[in-house]
Design a protein around this ligand. Structure first.
Ligand code: BG6
Length: 303
């Protein structure tokens, strides 16, 4: 496996991008440029933090109980859910949200954008383990551009001769002042599958406010979403392309206690997940030889 030192030699950008080995053995890319700080774990190509310098608090939330352990997903940040979102349709033993978030990725390229943002591209490293679960010829790459905005491009290429179908998500945890004081906009009038208490279909009326566990897959929606935060006095914008579903999730007390890694006792109140996805009926068929890219771009502004 490539070391942090070798990565620094090949991809480091003096004063802007460096790599370090975490005591648990995982390698982390640290970005610190004129506009923002960000960090990304090479396991899972998992963005763990992004904080524009204009913001006193991070925009992307990481649990204070997050553990960096080989083969385990990190709680918070931006897990990459791929090549399936949620449970696998036919193999209950396969991991929820796919394997991309728990396997190693390798760095392909790094650079500085003209506006001073930092760019990093990673490719999922295939192994016997990934091929057992996903026997298709494919290439998955994530490009992260961290600056005043955070842009992420998740590109799936079908390098084989037969079509395949994926579901996927950039499962972003956003930092908020308190879950009871936020509203998620952009989904009014959309249909959603409610995963709390069975799978029933609902229609969104106005903005979303949270008073209990919420776990919904909004379908057929390409719209930009916003998170309006009355406590931190900011609005986060979530623009996207190549994504037809949006997942909105907060576990609330009981599920957070069961999960145990959300920053007990009430760390879960400081985050909300608004995930740009292609799930359920929005599964994407990637034709042989073609490429599908899910792109998100986040920014924060004062209220
Ligand atoms: C959300 C799902 O996307 O992810 C929830 O809709 C799930 O049902 C949550 O609990 C967290 O999943 P995980 O696998 O990271 O614990």
């Amino acid at each position: 496996m490539i070391t942090a030192q070798q990565l620094n030699q090949q991809f480091g950008i003096g004063g802007q991008l460096g790599f370090r080995a975490d005591p648990g053995g995982l390698v982390i890319a640290e970005i610190n440029n004129a506009h923002a700080t960000a960090s990304l774990c090479l396991q899972g190509a998992h963005l763990m933090a992004w904080q524009p310098k204009s913001q006193p608090l991070p925009v992307v939330w990481l649990s204070r109980d997050a553990r960096l352990v080989p083969g385990k997903s990190i709680r918070g940040g931006v897990p990459v859910c791929w090549p399936w979102f949620g449970a696998h349709v036919s193999e209950p033993a396969f991991p929820a949200h796919g394997f991309a978030r728990t396997v190693l990725w390798r760095v392909l390229e790094s650079g500085s954008e003209p506006d001073g943002a930092t760019r990093l591209t990673l490719r999922l490293a295939e192994s016997d383990n990934t091929r057992t679960q996903w026997p298709h010829d494919s290439r998955l790459e994530l490009t992260v551009i961290a600056g005043k905005t955070l842009r992420m491009e998740l590109a799936t290429e079908n390098t084989g001769v037969t079509d395949f179908t994926i579901t996927e998500a950039l499962h972003t945890y956003f930092r908020v002042g308190d879950i009871g004081a936020v509203q998620v906009g952009g989904l009014a009038g959309c249909d959603y599958w409610n995963k709390v208490g069975g799978s029933t279909l609902g229609k969104q009326n106005g903005t979303i406010r949270f008073t209990g566990e919420t776990d919904r897959v909004y379908v057929n929606t390409a719209a930009e979403c916003t998170i309006e935060d009355d406590i931190l006095k900011r609005r986060i914008h979530i623009a996207k392309s190549g994504s037809r579903s949006t997942v909105v999730w907060t576990p609330w007390t009981e599920k957070a206690n069961r999960m145990g890694d959300l920053g007990q006792p009430d760390g879960w109140r400081e985050m909300v997940c608004v995930e740009s996805a292609n799930a359920l009926e929005n599964a994407v068929k990637v034709a042989a030889g073609s490429r599908h890219t899910l792109v998100v771009e986040y920014r924060a502004e004062p209220l």
